[in-house]
Design a protein around this ligand. Structure first.
Ligand code: BEZ
Length: 174
């Protein structure tokens, strides 16, 4: 059986909706998580797109997440799920005791749904206002932030947005 490692940095961390053979904490080099990708198919609509994660090239930065060893059927499932601008990239994943070759899904600046940078307040407002077929954009952000905290992964961009959104909506902070 052919198997692959996939690196998860977003919803794959808190909602892997596929079977996997094993899962390990991991990191990849020279990438940072950013809420710079528009979502009209999962966390927003065509008229009111949400904001979801992509990876931005960041020299010297480590992006921490979770790696999954999966079969090729799972790749086909993810290709379909992430068809709105994401492409597979080959990546080297550092696992706790070894390095493996793997795949990560990245939405590059060239894709039509890419939104790019904006003031954090504006990103937070957009997240507060967006909802799509997969649920609210707020859920996507807050579940990610909770999962990162649970894994003891620090991410300033995500945690600052999470704090802003919780404050705007009067949600509990943690
Ligand atoms: C992830 O959670 O790693 C992920 C993010 C965007 C697209 C596919 C996967």
């Amino acid at each position: 059986m052919q198997d692959f490692w996939i690196f998860g940095y977003g919803s794959l961390i808190w909602r892997p909706d596929f079977p996997f053979l094993e899962s390990r904490p991991g990191n990849i080099c020279h990438w940072s998580r950013r809420f710079w990708q528009g979502s009209h198919d999962h966390r927003g609509t065509k008229n009111r797109p949400g904001r979801v994660l992509t990876l931005i090239a960041s020299e010297g930065k480590l992006c921490y997440g979770r790696a999954f060893r999966v079969t090729k059927e799972v790749l086909a499932h993810l290709d379909q799920r992430e068809k709105n601008g994401y492409k597979r990239h080959d990546v080297s994943i550092q696992l706790p005791s070894t390095r493996v070759a793997g795949i990560v899904y990245i939405a590059s600046q060239q894709n039509a749904a890419f939104l790019g940078d904006a003031p954090l307040e504006a990103i937070a407002d957009q997240i507060c206002q967006s909802e799509g077929p997969s649920g609210s954009n707020v859920e996507y952000l807050t579940k990610l932030a909770d999962a990162l905290k649970g894994l003891r992964i620090n991410d300033d961009h995500v945690f600052r947005l999470d704090a802003l959104v919780r404050k705007k909506l009067g949600l509990d902070t943690n």
